[in-house]
Design a protein around this ligand. Structure first.
Ligand code: AQP
Length: 333
């Protein structure tokens, strides 16, 4: 049997998935499942660190799973698992917390950002989020993690935690590398042209947005070069977010055409957006067709998650047994 190295990545079921999640994360997962042992998580415990609507949690988990599968994740090749179904993640998170100095977490930019974003709910889970994420990764002895650029500090911290654990208890965990898309896909900017596309900022094109909704969002909300006020003004593609999106979805020829016509006011922003919309729909419509097929058989989707969670748990239990041995937690064994 070929002993393949393992890769882990996760997505929070905190809302509907968007094209930032697709380009930064899921589109990278699909080719990796052919060359690595891959574990992809729906990390529901992480989603609890913000206030959430309890009644919708199952639906959001389903949405994440359906999107993973519709985008090409193959349960015959990859494990699709639910984090809360593998309690070894939280057990390891505690052990890792005991080797993580407080200032390392205090300096994590995502913690500071989330704390600013939800000042009335700066909970311990939010603080401990990067340690649980380190556990999600290390419990599978993952060698790499495909993620968007925003997750880079968490991966740096994961390596530091792994290193500290290894120094204390002996060489055990690999230090996982991040796999980040090159170019604009690493950090897709939202419709407002300012912030990272993010569920909580409502600046997204969602993977299950109807084509008409996508057309309307791009036409009405997609921010372009702010200095181009009239159709006859020449625009500057290098400061236009719609042009940035062209780099993600359009051919080189279309990009060159749009840049040229924009610079010489040969066409208006709506013409440029129409080309972009066509290309986004070419990508999303087949995904949406697969989403609909999967939504018609949710028992099958649940079975895939249950089976993946069981397979993940076996690996996690083996790792925890080794960790209990090397950390001296063996009294009752
Ligand atoms: N805009 C983005 N560009 C590139 N990659 C992105 N990712 C998220 N947004 C972008 C990547 O998607 C994966 C899963 O993200 P997540 O669901 O764990 O949570 P997130 O990063 O917090 O995404 P959101 O949309 O911003 O969620 P909320 O608003 O709930 O916090 C990760 O690999 C991430 O890098």
């Amino acid at each position: 049997m070929v002993n393949k190295e393992r890769i882990f990545s996760g997505i929070q079921p905190s809302g509907r998935l968007h094209i930032g999640n697709y380009l930064g994360a899921i589109s990278q997962f699909v080719p990796l499942q052919d060359t690595y042992d891959t574990v992809f998580g729906i990390v529901d415990l992480h989603a609890m660190t913000q206030l959430y609507e309890k009644a919708g949690m199952s639906e959001r988990i389903t949405n994440a799973a359906v999107n993973y599968l519709a985008c090409g994740l193959d349960p015959e090749k990859a494990i699709l698992m639910l984090q809360s179904g593998v309690p070894e993640h939280t057990e390891l998170a505690w052990i890792l917390a005991t080797v993580t100095p407080l200032p390392w977490i205090q300096r994590v930019p995502t913690f500071k950002e989330k704390a600013r974003h939800q000042p009335d709910n700066v909970n311990m889970g939010l603080f401990n989020y990067p340690v649980l994420m380190a556990a999600d990764i290390l419990i599978y002895k993952s060698v790499a993690v495909p993620v968007g650029e925003d997750q880079r500090p968490h991966l740096e911290l994961t390596r530091e935690i792994a290193r500290t654990f290894n120094t204390r208890f002996g060489d055990f965990f690999p230090e996982p590398a991040e796999i980040i898309s090159t170019g604009e896909g690493a950090r897709v900017i939202g419709l407002n042209g300012k912030n990272r596309m993010s569920k909580s900022l409502d600046n997204c094109i969602y993977l299950d947005d109807e084509p008409d909704v996508i057309r309307e969002k791009i036409a009405k909300q997609g921010v372009t070069d702010p200095a181009r006020v009239k159709r006859t003004d020449a625009g500057n593609p290098s400061i236009c977010n719609i042009f940035t999106w062209h780099k993600l979805f359009s051919t080189k020829e279309e990009q060159a055409y749009c840049a040229k016509e924009c610079r010489r006011a040969g066409f208006g922003c709506l013409d440029c957006k129409a080309i972009l919309t066509k290309n986004i729909l070419e990508l999303l419509v087949p995904i949406q067709e697969r989403q609909k097929e999967l939504m018609a058989d949710l028992n099958k989707v649940k079975e895939i998650i249950r089976d993946g969670t069981n397979r993940a748990r076996k690996i996690a239990q083996e790792t925890m047994k080794e960790i209990r041995d090397i950390t001296g937690l063996t009294y009752l064994s």
